[in-house]
Design a protein around this ligand. Structure first.
Ligand code: C2G
Length: 138
């Protein structure tokens, strides 16, 4: 059975994250998750996450569909992570479509569709503007 590897920040964990992780897990028998460090998140998104690396790791590790989690320190180290975790399949959301095709000589690379209508950025702005969080039907 296949070993799956996926990556993300998973800040303010929401159903978009959970659905992606469940669909990734369903592609094999073992799911490893690389959780972006606070520093990597700042370099990717220009802001720090709400939850710290340690908190995001604890949350991701608590999910039934996740077998193993580690801290991702660099986007450029994906090849090393694929080899280290013996991944057969790299799964990414389709917001990264094409970006990791260079690893197709190391493993299968699959992009899964994102869940529309929900994002950490949306949650942060909704909370900070004290708007009603109409995300129940995503
Ligand atoms: N996701 C989703 N639907 C959403 C939001 C996110 O399917 N509405 C998916 C993303 O496509 C990604 C995962 O959930 O696969 C984690 O999302 P982020 O935390 O936003 O991940 P990101 O910061 O893009 O980190 O090495 C690559 C990066 O670490 C990916």
């Amino acid at each position: 059975m296949k070993r799956i590897l996926t990556f993300g920040t998973y800040d303010l964990l929401h159903v978009g994250h959970v659905r992606l992780l469940k669909r990734a897990a369903a592609l094999g028998s073992h799911l490893t998750v690389g959780v972006s460090s606070d520093e990597l998140n700042i370099s990717k998104k220009g802001r720090g996450p709400v939850y710290s690396t340690a908190e995001r790791m604890e949350i991701i590790r608590s999910l039934n569909c996740v077998d193993h989690a580690f801290v991702e320190h660099s986007l450029e180290a994906k090849g090393d992570y694929i080899r280290e975790h013996k991944a057969d399949v790299l799964v990414m959301g389709d917001d990264w479509e094409g970006r990791f095709d260079i690893f197709k000589d190391l493993c299968e690379v699959v992009y899964l569709p994102r869940t529309e209508g929900i994002s950490t950025t949306y949650l942060i702005s909704s909370i900070s503007e004290n708007k009603k969080l109409a995300v129940g039907d995503v």
